[in-house]
Unconditional design. Structure first.
Length: 548
């Protein structure tokens, strides 16, 4: 039915036919149920013992992963609240690169606990206020629980990278350890120190994946890997001590912008016209040769005649290179991107110890490596199959995000559920000081934080209630704040001694984004879905017969 109300006995139509509306408690219960359902989907993927999900898209593409952001992205959610939960994962993925599952299951648990309080008669506004106070207090508590890190502490950085990859099923500990070292090398190569602190642009680390080799063959290229081939078969395939020109102009005869017509009335005129074109292209190539370049990366096209002359002069060229790759090549080689061949000089050239075209799984790729001090590098990720390579790439992205987040904030916290139990303990103390109904919401937030250790215990086949009781008891004692769950031996253990650590930014951002998402969803007390009118059989789109 259309939404209607009565004003002075007069019927007032507000919404179109076919619209639906949920009010008050019904809207809140529905939204909480949807948010919790989304969190439940990815809950079992948490931690090193987490399970994988197999996703099949509309087109039949198969994805096997336990990466929270990937699962929710592929979910193709239709409900608006589900879309908000997906946004939580995307924000976490964009800001940090890791901790997506944690942020979503925390948001789901906050909604569930809020639902219980609303059922007890506590107004959603009071719950929201309590959640806001909790989130602010947790940021203060986190500062006191943070361990400082130095850029020279490679061992800790490698451990953080390794822990971030622990949940992904990509080979054994040795492979993960080697990839962690490569990731740390990559980040330290592109890091810049500013007055405000360390600055890292994750785009400076290009991640290129290719199946057909074991994960152990993943390598760090101190330069850029371009997924292209040299334009002409006669060009040198291997160039040592390469002088590289980056050209953002086409090595072709430009067509006129206005309509032009050339009248040719004899074969001699035709020959002269073609020779003139050839001469112009040859002059272009000679300008490149005069600069001293022996490798060219061109963002636009290269004419066949120009390719011939480049090959003749022993200059290797790659055409139609992506703009992002051109920018990375400039940072890696020190070259300057020129937009006109007239401006190209020796000063604009970059350097690479080796530029080589290699065949990888039946495809040609150009390796630009051994650069002097590259500020852009490539992690070449391998995997035995396409699905393994995809998951390995996601793991490397998580690891890069973790190292970047750790160095930017210059701090880390203890993982394995230890930090969540500690934060919940401190939050309960804070709740007692607050008083009023808000303290119930603060306690509910503390209970929600414990979903992380609880889920870790469940995925390892342990009794979650028993584990929580043991952890709470341990954290009440002196020097107990570093105790969490040893998932490999199924027992409570000191996470600091085991080296189970994670970036401060991962936890800080997860709490902030989960809290804000929960508050936004709890504010909604009315849902109006105004659907478009459907065409009636044999009639016009308006539901009535069409009139001329």
């Amino acid at each position: 039915m259309a939404e209607e109300s009565r004003l002075g006995g007069q019927q007032v139509m507000v919404l179109p036919e076919g619209a639906t509306r949920l009010l008050g408690r019904d809207a809140q219960h529905t939204n909480i149920a949807v948010g919790y359902a989304v969190a439940s989907i990815i809950r079992t993927t948490l931690g090193p013992k987490g399970m994988d999900k197999l996703l099949v898209s509309d087109l039949g593409d198969v994805t096997i992963t336990n990466d929270g952001a990937t699962i929710l992205d592929e979910l193709n959610a239709d409900h608006p609240v589900a879309k908000i939960m997906v946004e939580v994962a995307k924000t976490q993925d964009k800001e940090v690169g890791d901790g997506t599952t944690t942020s979503v299951i925390l948001a789901g648990e906050l909604l569930k606990n809020a639902g219980d309080l609303i059922d007890q008669g506590i107004h959603p506004t009071i719950v929201i206020k309590g959640y806001k106070m909790s989130a602010q207090k947790l940021q203060e508590i986190l500062k006191t629980k943070t361990k400082k890190i130095d850029i020279k502490d490679r061992k800790t950085l490698e451990r953080i990278a390794q822990i971030s990859m622990a949940s992904k099923n990509i080979g054994g500990e040795e492979e993960k350890s080697n990839i962690a070292k490569l990731v740390v090398d990559a980040v330290l190569q592109v890091i810049e120190e500013t007055e405000e602190g360390y600055k890292i642009d994750k785009d400076d680390i290009k991640i290129e994946k290719k199946s057909g080799a074991p994960i152990g063959e993943t390598q760090l290229i101190r330069g850029i890997l371009v997924d292209k081939e040299f334009a002409h078969p006669g060009m040198p395939k291997k160039i040592e001590n390469a002088k590289i020109a980056l050209i953002d102009a086409s090595l072709e005869i430009e067509k006129t912008e206005t309509d032009a017509r050339i009248e040719i009335t004899s074969p001699e005129q035709m020959e002269a016209f073609l020779k003139q074109e050839e001469k112009m292209l040859k002059e272009m190539v000679e300008k490149i040769k005069a600069s001293g370049a022996n490798v060219v990366f061109c963002q636009k096209g290269i004419d066949d005649v120009a390719q011939h002359y480049l090959a003749k002069y022993g200059i290797s060229a790659v055409r139609r290179v992506k703009k992002s790759d051109m920018e990375k090549l400039a940072k890696a080689t020190g070259a300057r991107i020129v937009t006109s061949l007239d401006d190209l000089t020796e000063k604009d050239l970059g350097f690479a110890g080796l530029v080589e075209e290699r065949k990888i799984v039946g495809e040609q790729m150009v390796f630009v490596e051994n650069c002097k001090n590259p500020k852009s590098v490539t992690l070449f990720v391998r995997g035995s199959t396409e699905h393994v390579a995809d998951e390995a790439e996601r793991s490397v992205v998580d690891a890069v995000g973790s190292i970047t987040a750790t160095l930017e904030e210059k701090g880390y916290v203890i993982g394995g559920g230890a930090i969540e139990i500690e934060l919940a303990k401190e939050l309960r103390k804070y709740a007692e000081q607050v008083g009023g109904k808000e303290q119930l919401a603060i306690q509910a937030f503390a209970d929600a934080l414990e979903i992380v250790p609880k889920t870790l215990a469940e995925t390892a086949g342990m009794d979650p209630v028993d584990v929580l009781v043991q952890l709470r008891t341990k954290h009440q004692k002196d020097k107990g704040e570093t105790f969490g769950i040893n998932l490999y031996e199924n027992k409570i253990d000191d996470m600091e001694k085991l080296g189970v650590i994670e970036p401060l930014k991962t936890v800080r951002t997860a709490i902030a984004s989960a809290s804000e998402a929960a508050e936004m969803i709890l504010r909604i007390d009315d849902m109006i879905s105004a659907k478009a009118k459907t065409p009636s059989p044999g009639g016009a789109p308006g539901g009535e017969g069409s009139e001329e």
